[in-house]
Design a protein. Structure first.
Length: 381
């Protein structure tokens, strides 16, 4: 991947996200990782224009950012992303990040300079049917930080105040950078009556799946079982599961997998949570879920998935698909980390500075990392 944006010295590089709503442009000084070209890869370091926050905005000094599957999709550049982003490049990437408030725009309350904040990646309109009924996380006109506006793989980010979540001093900055996916894991565990007194199966043990193991263990599940087919992820998951009492991690490719799950749970799981979006995992989850059980689907396949729905209907399994975090999930997630009830440090396999972003992407694309954190403003190693 190139390490400098072809448009770095041109005003073209500042037309997206860095100069908006007539803001005055100051010295070009903030280093960012941007999607610069409409092609696979196409990412580079660039210098974006520094600016003051406008009304209802906040300027944040970023301290850490995580990379996730959506960032890898931006690198791969499938049609669904290219059709959304191509006309607005360059775009600064990053939607899982945290930082300290530097400047506060007019009309913003609830924040102080120096506050540590996490970022909600979903941008809602505040006016549509779902927003007006308390479901802004699935706004009918949903936008995304790092896709539709500039994100946090940068020294600074100017963001709508509505997407910021102020944090107590007991939350560590690295944990704060993981709060966006962690709050989704919390929501997966807490919907449909939660998991207290119930057994839980998690299929797909990337960072989100492992967070869900930990949250379920902390939330009163009687047994938590994770299933993964990728050998490297399986190794990492088994190491992390040692931190989660009552958990077990199984190889999805092993013979007798279903028998092992039924033996560990006494006949099947009460709650099944999927992060894979794979047809084999969905069929397995339906098979292992007890009559009247709960299925919570968060995995996306970006294509058709084939499975037999009849067993789920006959068992009357309740399905709940999830996309994003509501306010309750954010509150519970922040409290969990503030009280140090869940340890997320074991998820971070690599921590790199912003200038080594290309190495970070290669590690994830090649399947050699679990969670990569990018340290920013001197926070990386």
């Amino acid at each position: 991947m190139p390490t400098s944006c072809p448009a770095t010295s041109s005003t073209r590089c500042d037309r997206r996200g860095t100069v908006r709503r007539g803001q005055r442009v100051a010295a070009v000084s903030v280093v960012a990782v941007a999607k610069c070209r409409a092609e696979p890869g196409g990412m580079a370091l660039r210098r974006q224009a520094d600016r003051e926050p406008g009304p209802s905005e906040v300027l944040v000094d970023v301290v850490a950012a995580g990379l996730c599957g959506t960032d890898l999709e931006v690198w791969k550049w499938p049609d669904w992303l290219s059709s959304r982003m191509a006309g607005r490049l360059p775009v600064t990437l990053g939607h899982e990040f945290a930082g300290h408030v530097r400047h506060i725009g007019a009309g913003v309350s609830g924040f102080g300079v120096g506050d540590l904040v996490a970022v909600e990646s979903h941008i809602s309109c505040g006016r549509c049917r779902t927003c007006s009924t308390g479901r802004a996380h699935i706004c009918e006109h949903l936008g995304y930080v790092g896709i539709d506006i500039d994100g946090g793989l940068a020294g600074q980010a100017v963001l709508p105040a509505d997407v910021l979540r102020p944090l107590p001093a007991t939350v560590a900055p690295d944990d704060a950078a993981l709060l966006e996916p962690f709050a989704l894991a919390v929501r997966a565990v807490t919907v449909d009556g939660g998991v207290r007194g119930r057994s839980v199966l998690v299929t797909g043990l990337g960072p989100l799946g492992l967070m869900t193991l930990a949250v379920a263990g902390d939330s009163g599940a009687t047994r938590v079982i994770g299933v993964e087919s990728n050998a490297e992820r399986l190794r990492f998951a088994r190491d992390y599961a040692e931190r989660v009492p009552g958990s077990a991690v199984l190889d999805a490719t092993a013979a007798g997998l279903g028998s092992d799950v039924r033996r560990l749970t006494g006949g099947g799981v009460d709650v099944w949570i999927d992060f894979s979006g794979a047809d084999a995992a969905i069929a397995f989850g339906i098979e292992q879920t007890v009559v009247g059980g709960s299925a919570r689907l968060l995995g996306t396949s970006f294509g058709p998935v084939a499975f037999d729905l009849s067993p789920a209907v006959m068992k009357e399994i309740g399905f709940h698909t999830l996309h994003g975090r509501d306010d309750e999930a954010w509150s519970v997630a922040i409290a969990m980390l503030a009280e140090r009830r869940v340890d997320l440090s074991g998820l971070v396999s690599h921590r790199l500075p912003l200038e080594r972003f290309d190495e970070a992407f290669r590690l994830l694309l090649e399947g050699r990392a679990c969670k990569v954190l990018i340290g920013i403003n001197g926070e990386g190693r």
